[in-house]
Design a protein around this ligand. Structure first.
Ligand SMILES: O=C(O)C(=O)C[C@]1(C(=O)O)C=C[C@@H](O)C=C1
Length: 349
């Protein structure tokens, strides 16, 4: 059933021993890093002032690390793949707009990467413009498409008829507004409070959002070879393919989690891209690969799914500890295995 085309982290293999963090950051813990300077290199969706930068500052001290702003998420992840950065910080999920497809698709394909930490950033948008501009004159607003999706209702209500001019990030729109005096192609931008200040722009509104409680989840990504230690409040991220044209294939996949008492905190489908109707599933499960019930789930998935990509076990940013169902504790699995061993040895019935 299973295609071992480099996409599988076998659950029966040893869990890598976490090494000591070197540069004082991440609660996620980290492998030894740096480009010979001992300073870890972090690629992130730039330029300065993005929400992604705010997430990055949660896990590292910028005076002790090298920050590498990138034009987009894929560039940031590829820098890690090529060894030109030690980590990437990228958005993966927003509470209003959902999954960040570029991140999900890049992690699902290409050279494997693993998630070693996650960060939550509350999202507040400022509408900014150059000095002298007023709300009545705003017609074209630039921002990142994910940001626009979180503000379009507000814009329709407060600036009817204004259109979206897509930018590579919220801060990229702010930078253009601040520096390209002649023709930025738009009159205002929806940006982070940090960008409004950093780029010296006039703030037209401080609450430009459809949902004032929006939160974006960011991930800290590294090359495989390191699994942060279990904390008791962890997540495991996976990408799986289902067998083609098999009735109940989705149910069989989900049963692997359900029968071992592993709760899912996110599941979404993404087109595989090679033909219509072929989808991969991106999944966040509660628990750590070091835990027996998660390992048993991975073994089950390996048996029923043609592709399983392990994308990391890492501490949850919200510290939420899963409810462990009786019969699915590590001790329960160990006792059951010992019983089978005794049966095999003829020592029990
Ligand atoms: O443009 C930025 O500032 C980003 O960090 C990107 C991004 C995203 O991709 O979702 C991050 C958080 C907000 O939800 C809006 C945009």
């Amino acid at each position: 059933m299973h295609d071992d085309a480099g996409d599988v982290e076998r659950p029966d293999g040893a869990v890598a021993t976490p090494r000591e963090p070197r540069d004082g950051a991440a609660s996620a813990g980290r492998p030894a890093t740096g480009n010979g300077t001992g300073r870890a290199r972090y690629a992130f969706l730039g330029p300065e002032g993005t929400f992604t930068e705010a997430a990055l500052l949660q896990v590292t001290d910028p005076t002790e690390a090298e920050l590498v702003p990138c034009l987009d998420v894929i560039t940031a992840l590829d820098l890690v793949r090529r060894g030109e950065a030690d980590f990437a910080v990228v958005p993966i999920e927003n509470s209003v707009e959902g999954g960040v497809n570029a991140t999900l698709d890049s992690l699902a394909t290409g050279a494997p990467l693993v998630i070693v930490g996650e960060m939550l950033v509350p999202i507040t948008f400022f509408l900014v413009a150059r000095e002298g501009m007023t709300l009545e004159h705003v017609r074209r607003i630039s921002t990142h498409p994910h940001a626009w999706a979180q503000c379009r209702g507000w814009v329709a209500e407060h600036i009817p008829g204004a259109v979206h001019v897509p930018a590579t990030s919220t801060a990229a729109a702010a930078a253009l507004l601040a520096t390209d005096q002649d023709a930025p192609g738009f009159d205002a931008a929806l940006v982070s409070p940090l960008s409004a200040e950093k780029y010296g722009l006039q703030v037209l509104d401080t609450g430009a959002a459809d949902n004032p409680h929006a939160v974006t989840r960011f991930i800290l990504v590294a090359r495989p070879g390191y699994v942060p230690e279990p904390t008791g409040a962890d997540k495991t991220t996976l990408m799986v393919h289902l067998p083609d044209n098999e009735a109940g294939a989705l149910l069989s996949m989900l049963e692997q989690f359900a029968t071992r008492g592993v709760n899912l905190s996110r599941i979404e489908s993404r087109p595989i891209g090679d033909s219509l109707g072929r989808y991969s599933f991106s999944i966040d499960a509660e628990g750590h690969i070091a835990e027996e019930r998660v390992q048993a789930t991975l073994i089950g998935l390996h048996r029923v799914c043609p592709t399983v990509r392990f994308l990391g076990s890492y501490p949850r940013a919200d510290g939420h500890r899963p409810h462990v169902r009786p019969g699915t504790y590590d001790a329960d699995f160990r006792a059951a295995r010992e019983w089978v061993s005794r049966l095999l040895a003829g020592l029990a019935v």
